[in-house]
Design a protein around this ligand. Structure first.
Ligand code: NAP
Length: 295
């Protein structure tokens, strides 16, 4: 089976910064959409364009051939998939379940096993590319699960992203996303340390970005978040509390493998410090706060 916009009904649960844009692309591609979000008002825009509101994750599953989820934490994922009357309980026969939340590899395997026991498809498919990538349908999508399930829902992935890779069996998508978040940890430190240095040395940091933003030090984070750091624009594209969640998952997975990641630990500690001082709902660019007020 391959999804088809004339026949396949798609459920989408979790309509926050990422999910709202991603669901919007699936709707714009012509699929009939069933939606649910903890705060109902966030579904208004999609419902106004023809999506059907459902009263629970289970109700979404009962109405959909493919269910996509983009919620916040592993606990949210576990509740909506494995809870009583949840997605796995209520899914249509032969449905495919796709969790795009950044979550735990072990939970992805648990959901895969529960889904397969009921003859359902199951993929873990976290993303990278930020709120900008979600808005512009340019996400990198990292998938774990069976190749047949992956191929069957490819048109839905293509509606949301441009780089779509099957990385291995269940859990491999989440493990790949952890690699992504480990790269981000080191890169964020480099970005804030360079900009703090530029400011302290009396340079114009925006002008500095014009030089270093195209050379060997160039990066997505430097070019997208650097200008926001300089402007002290801390509006969230990616919440600090979600990034701390991701680093905690990566750290505990690495610990379980006997792998020490000192740069990840350092970055996580700095984020925890500014979160405790009130920045947990800021965007990740607020890491520059950890370098301010140094006499
Ligand atoms: P967000 O704005 O907080 O969106 C999460 C949405 O899920 C919220 O609307 C929330 O409802 C809803 N939700 C949570 N638990 C739910 C439940 N049990 N039932 C129904 N709805 C539920 O966060 P986001 O930035 O979109 O991130 C979503 C996920 O993607 C996170 O795991 C994050 O780490 C990951 N991610 C984010 C980015 C980024 O740049 N933002 C990039 C890649 C990956 P409420 O509206 O009531 O809060």
């Amino acid at each position: 089976m391959t999804v088809n916009k004339d026949k396949t009904e798609v459920g989408f649960i979790g309509l926050g910064i990422m999910g709202l844009s991603m669901a919007g692309h699936i709707q714009a591609a012509g699929y009939k959409l069933h939606v649910y979000n903890r705060t109902k008002a966030k579904a208004d825009e999609l419902v106004a364009k023809g999506a059907t509101w459902q009263d629970s994750p289970g109700d979404v599953a009962a109405a959909s051939d493919v269910v996509i989820t983009m919620v916040g934490y592993p606990k949210d994922v576990e509740d909506i998939y494995l809870g009583k009357d949840g997605i796995v309980d209520r899914a249509k026969p032969g449905a495919c379940l796709i969790d795009m939340t950044t979550s735990e590899p072990t939970l992805a395997i648990k959901i895969y096993d529960a889904a397969k026991a009921k003859g359902l498809g199951s993929l873990d498919a976290p993303v990278s590319g930020g709120d900008v990538g979600a808005r512009e349908a340019r996400l990198s999508i990292m998938v774990g699960g069976d190749e047949a399930d992956f191929n069957s829902v490819m048109p839905l992935f293509e509606a949301m992203g441009t780089n779509i890779q099957l990385q291995g069996k269940a859990g491999a998508g989440q493990h790949t996303k952890m690699c992504n978040q480990i790269v981000v940890a080191g890169n964020m430190l480099g970005c804030v340390e360079a900009l703090s240095y530029a400011i302290k040395s009396g340079l114009d940091p925006s002008h500095v970005l014009e030089s270093v933003g195209t050379g060997a030090a160039s990066s997505f984070l430097l070019n997208n978040l650097g200008p926001k750091m300089i402007a002290r624009d801390f509006a969230p594209g990616f919440f600090i509390h979600h990034y701390i969640k991701d680093m905690s998952i990566a750290e505990s997975e690495a610990d379980a493998m006997g792998l020490d990641l000192p740069a990840l630990k350092l970055t996580k500690g700095l984020y925890e410090k500014i979160a405790a001082a009130g920045a947990r709902e800021d965007g990740t660019q607020a890491l520059i706060k950890a370098y301010e007020d140094q006499s």
